[in-house]
Structures are given as C-alpha cells and as structure tokens.
Design a protein around this ligand. Structure first.
Ligand SMILES: [Zn+2]
Length: 306
C-alpha cells in the first residue's frame, strides 16, 4: 500500500513522505479500514523500490475491510471503462479530495506511548490535516499529502474527473479544472497555476548536479520529428538530503527505462507521465521550476479522455 494511518496523529500519510521524518516508528502505522498494523518499508534505502507499507505476512484484513476491494478496483481498471463515483465517494484510498502538505513532524511520542493519554503528536499544519479519525470519516474521501495519489486518480478514473478536488494555490474545484497538459506544439505562457503534466522525453538526458535536476519533457515544439524546443522542469534540490535526491532521480530514471521498454514492446499508449506543480520561468517559458519533492511525480500509465 502507498499510504497508511499514523496511529498517534490519526492522519493518513503517503509512504514517500516517511523520508521527510527524522524518525520512523516501525510500529506507528495502521490500515485505516480495519486497523491492522502496517509496516513501513524502503523509506530510507537508496534502492529501486518505492517506499510503501505492508501488512505482516501472518496478518490479514478484516472481512469487512475495503483494502482488497480498493486494490482490485485499480488492478482491474474498472474505473477506466465507466464512472465509479459512488465507490470513490465512499472509500478513502482511491480519489483524494484535497492536498495538504504536512510540515515536518516533531518527534514526541512513539506508538509504545499509545496508552499514555498525555502523549500527543504535533504537526505544524492546519487542522484540516487532522481529518479521518472518526468512523464516519473512515468511509469518506481523504486529504493527500503528496500529489502522487491525486495524479494516480486522474489516470485511473477518467470518467470521474468531475469529482471535487481542492489544491492550495490552484484555481478550480475538480480534477478536470486542476489538471492541465502542457501544449504539444508550442511554448505557451501559463498565467494560471495547475497540476501540469507531460510525458517524459524518453531519449532526453536527465542532467543533474548538487543544486539542480533537469527533467526533459516531450511537450513543446518538434521539428522533423525531433525535439526543437520542449518544456523542461528544473528541480532546485540544493537543500534536499542525499537520500531524497537519489529517490527522485531514480524515479525519473526508472520511468524513462520502463517507458522505453514499453515502446519496444509496441505498447505505445502507455507512457511515463511527469506531473508537477511549479513556477514557469519569467524569461524562458519552456522552463518550470519545482523545489518540493511532494509536488512532482512520475507515473507509468495511459491517460484517456472519454
Ligand atoms: Zn483492512
């Protein structure tokens, strides 16, 4: 699973945000549906696997828990053929309703302090983040803390892009209005902030140094089937930890490799998509600046427009 609920703070967090924490409590997470323990994995290793949560092998979800059903909906692509709005309205995991970036957690207690009623966990964020801790809320759509689950929902549920969505700083109240594909044949000035997306330039070099990672995109101007002036994202990562840098670089590199492989297999409709929230450069309109790793992600998939 890509997310689990923090037992103390009672909020659902994305596995990839674990690498932001000073301390990861191995016993601090549970599945929101039925409350079984979820163990954080791969959050610090510089390996190929994305950070995730897994249940103990000898434990299973409660019979009435939605966890398996949620995975099946995505796996079987049910939402790619028709609207599944009623399901999305009633499951927290699939289609986030908003984005709220959680500021770094102050490490105060651990799960072993759970019985101690005076132990509190603090987030420097507004109270909106502290949703989903009641039984009623357990069954409703949730807030995401990176754009990834939101982007995944955009790909997975094309018939439900009219579902509500709220992103701080972006105009628009649903998925259709908030997402925007970068222009495929020109360099445009974008006056409104969106979650922009484009496929990754598969044979473009991904340059990086200590301060900057440059991600080449396919959107933009092509002449004679060659990229002439295409958009690129400059990630200012000068203040990031080494692990965080490696993680994003690997993610982009793997997405590029996987998509090249798909092309070889003639599965041309699947692509490596880069989604991001960034600032367009004031002089060079083909450049976008991103500096927060929670606001950029690569996802392999097929985007359809019903
Ligand atoms: Zn469960």
């Amino acid at each position: 699973m890509d997310s689990a609920r923090d037992k103390l703070a009672k909020i659902i967090i994305e596995a990839e945000t674990l690498c932001e924490l000073d301390y990861v409590d191995l016993k601090g997470y549970e599945y929101w549906g039925c409350g079984i323990d979820m163990v954080p994995r791969s959050w610090k290793k510089e390996n190929k696997m994305r950070a995730n949560f897994a249940k103990h092998p000898n434990q299973s979800h409660a019979i009435n828990c939605d966890a398996d059903a949620e995975e099946k909906i995505v796996e079987h692509g049910i939402g790619k053929k028709q609207s599944i709005r009623s399901i999305l309205e009633n499951t927290p995991g699939l289609s986030p309703s908003s984005l709220a970036l959680i500021e770094k957690r102050e490490h105060i207690g651990t799960s072993s302090d759970l019985n101690n009623k005076t132990t509190r966990s603090f987030y420097n964020s507004d109270n909106k983040n502290k949703a989903l801790n009641t039984d009623v809320e357990k069954k409703s759509r949730r807030t995401a803390n990176t754009i990834r689950p939101i982007c995944r929902a955009f790909i997975n549920f094309p018939y439900d892009r009219n579902m509500s969505l709220s992103i701080p700083g972006i105009e628009g109240d649903n998925y259709i209005k908030i997402f925007k594909a970068l222009s495929k044949d020109k360099i445009e000035v974008y006056t409104k902030k969106k979650i922009f997306y484009s496929s990754l330039l598969l044979w473009g070099k991904i340059n990086y140094n200590d301060d900057l990672l440059t991600i080449p995109l396919t959107a933009g101007i092509w002449i004679n089937k060659k990229p002439d002036c295409t958009y690129k994202i400059k990630v200012d990562w000068s203040t990031w930890s080494k692990a965080k840098k490696t993680r994003l670089r690997n993610e982009i590199k793997l997405a590029q490799q996987d998509a090249r492989q798909l092309k070889k297999e003639k599965r041309n409709k699947d692509n490596a998509w880069i989604f991001f929230i960034g600032e367009q450069d004031k002089e060079n309109f083909d450049i976008f600046h991103v500096n927060d790793n929670r606001l950029i992600c690569a996802i392999i998939g097929r985007i359809i427009y019903p």
